[in-house]
Structures are given as structure tokens and as C-alpha cells.
Design a protein around this ligand. Structure first.
Ligand code: A2P
Length: 279
């Protein structure tokens, strides 16, 4: 089985560097998807209340014989549940849906600047953390302008910033500021939703390492010390993705992939993402 490295977060908690992302995995397929992942050696699953599939993730966990403490589970506070009081209600709902009594990581899903409730929401996450409901707390999609406000207005710093990051959309400034502030960087849509796998430079590197394009892109992320959560509902591709831990790129090839940046956003701009993610 692939030897996935652990990344140590600023509060000492370890997170497996490769996880399975389940955004857009339909609720009736997610249990099978997660069971397959666990069978293949994945020990880190990234879901969210907004994905509507926490129940299936929980069912998969119960169906395996694995110890709860050996699996890292992330879920997220949706936009429509932001605010101090509402965040506690939402967190309890997530635990109920997952069938768990704690999660490993709880994130604010989007800053939602027009709501302007993320500082209050964060105060609730701090309390959830202190009470043992989450072993670690962090943020997702926080550009520096939001991260700085949060850091100024909080007692406990987030341990992670999860955001869209792939060869053609690198958000170098978000990564730089996050790392400077001691946050680990977690790349979602690390393959650019599959689009970046067709880049000629990626194909070139893949042919030279006897690796697949996805493995090259994931190895590039890991060379930068990032955590990655590629999504796949296909067993062979899931296996391919976790086996990327055995691909080690040269400095020149890392630089070649670095050169692919062209502002190619594939998901949502955090300044605009205000959807309420209704239950
Ligand atoms: P599928 O689920 O059918 O495998 P990202 O994580 O960057 O959002 O990318 C997810 C997309 O990339 C999905 O469409 C997924 O399709 C596809 N994908 C995931 N892993 C691989 C892979 N190893 N090779 C090719 N496509 C992949």
C-alpha cells in the first residue's frame, strides 16, 4: 500500500498528505466511493455539509473495520450556517450526519464577505475546538484580505487554508501568506478538475517518469509541501492518485510545472461565492 506522509499541523495534529475529496459525489454513491478509498489505503476523507453526502461518508466509516482514530475526517461550515449561534447547530448536525462524536478538522467553507460573519463563526469554531469536537480548525477559500482580518480578530489561529490550487491556477500570494502565518496549504481541485492533465508539459514530464499526468501533478503539489484531496469515483484512478506518493520530481521539473500558471480558475471566486448552500 502507498506510504502516504503525514503533515504536522501547527497544533501538532497530523494529517495524511493525500486524501479523497468527495465534492459532487452523489449521496447514493459516496459510501461505495469512500469504502473503495479506505480499501486502497486512503486514510483522509474531505467532505462538507454543503456536499449533502456526510451520511454516506459516515456509513462507509462504520462499514470498515478500521479504528476511528486511524482515519482523518474533514467537514465544513456552509455559508448559510455562518454566525456564532448557528455554527454550533450546524456542527452538531454534521456530527449527527456523519455518525461521529468528533471530526479531525472543521473548516469555514467560504469567507462569504457580504455576510461578513466569518469572525463570529470562527469564535464558534474556537469553542468547538476547545471542547474537543474538532481536533483542528481551519478555513477554506480565505484570500489574504480575509485571512488577515480573521487572524486579527481571533485567539486561536487556523491550522489550514484549503483553496483551489493546480498548475494553471496557483494562487501564489494566497499560498505565501498562508504559509507565512503558519497555516498548512491544502489544494482542492488539485488536478484542475482534470483540465490540467492535458497540458503538454505535464504529459512530457509524465512520459519521462513512467508516471501518469495525474501522478505528476500530485507529485508537484507534494514537492511544494501541500496536502492534496483529488476527487475520483473510479477505482483505478483513485489508486493511481494515491500512488503518486512514489513519484519524486526533479527541481527542474517542479519549476517546469510552476511555469504553467495562467489564472485558470475552475471553481468559484471566494469574493463572489455567497451561495447559501441550502440544506
Ligand atoms: P473521475 O471522478 O471520473 O475519476 P479535481 O480533484 O482536480 O477536482 O479533479 C477531479 C476530476 O478529475 C474528476 O472529473 C475526476 O474524474 C478526474 N480525475 C481524478 N483522478 C484522475 C486521474 N488519475 N486521471 C484522470 N482524471 C482524473
Amino acid at each position: 500500500m502507498a506510504a502516504v506522509q503525514q503533515v504536522t499541523l501547527s497544533n501538532g495534529v497530523e494529517i495524511p498528505q493525500v486524501g479523497l475529496g468527495v465534492w459532487e459525489v452523489p449521496a447514493d454513491q459516496v459510501q461505495q466511493n469512500v469504502e473503495t478509498a479506505l480499501e486502497l489505503g486512503y486514510r483522509h476523507i474531505d467532505t462538507a455539509a454543503a456536499y449533502g453526502n456526510e451520511e454516506g461518508v459516515g456509513a462507509a466509516l462504520r462499514a470498515t473495520g478500521l479504528n476511528r482514530k486511524d482515519i482523518f475526517i474533514t467537514t465544513k461550515l456552509r455559508n448559510g450556517d455562518q454566525g456564532y449561534d448557528q455554527a454550533f447547530v450546524a456542527f452538531d448536525d454534521s456530527l449527527k450526519h456523519l455518525g461521529l462524536d468528533y471530526v479531525d478538522l472543521y473548516l469555514i467553507h467560504w469567507p462569504s464577505p457580504k455576510r461578513n460573519l466569518y469572525v463570529q463563526s470562527w469564535a464558534a469554531l474556537e469553542k468547538i475546538y476547545e471542547d474537543g469536537g474538532a481536533r483542528a480548525i481551519g478555513v477554506a477559500n480565505f484570500l489574504p484580505e480575509y485571512l488577515n482580518v480573521l487572524l486579527d480578530g481571533s485567539d486561536i489561529a487556523p491550522v489550514i487554508n484549503q483553496f483551489e490550487l493546480h498548475p494553471t491556477f496557483q494562487q501564489a500570494e494566497v499560498e505565501r501568506v498562508s504559509k507565512n502565518e503558519g497555516l498548512a496549504v491544502e489544494a482542492y481541485s488539485p488536478l484542475g478538475r482534470g483540465v490540467d492533465l492535458k497540458e503538454p508539459e505535464v504529459l512530457d514530464v509524465a512520459s519521462r517518469y513512467d508516471a501518469t499526468p495525474a501522478q505528476v501533478v500530485l507529485a508537484w503539489h507534494m514537492a511544494h509541501g501541500r496536502i492534496v484531496i483529488p476527487k475520483s469515483v473510479n477505482r483505478a484512478r483513485m489508486e493511481e492518485n494515491i500512488n503518486s506518493v512514489d513519484v519524486h520530481l526533479s527541481g527542474d521539473d517542479v519549476a517546469l510545472i510552476d511555469s504553467l500558471e495562467r489564472g485558470n480558475l475552475q471553481v468559484f471566486d471566494p469574493r463572489e461565492a455567497e451561495f447559501s448552500q441550502i440544506r
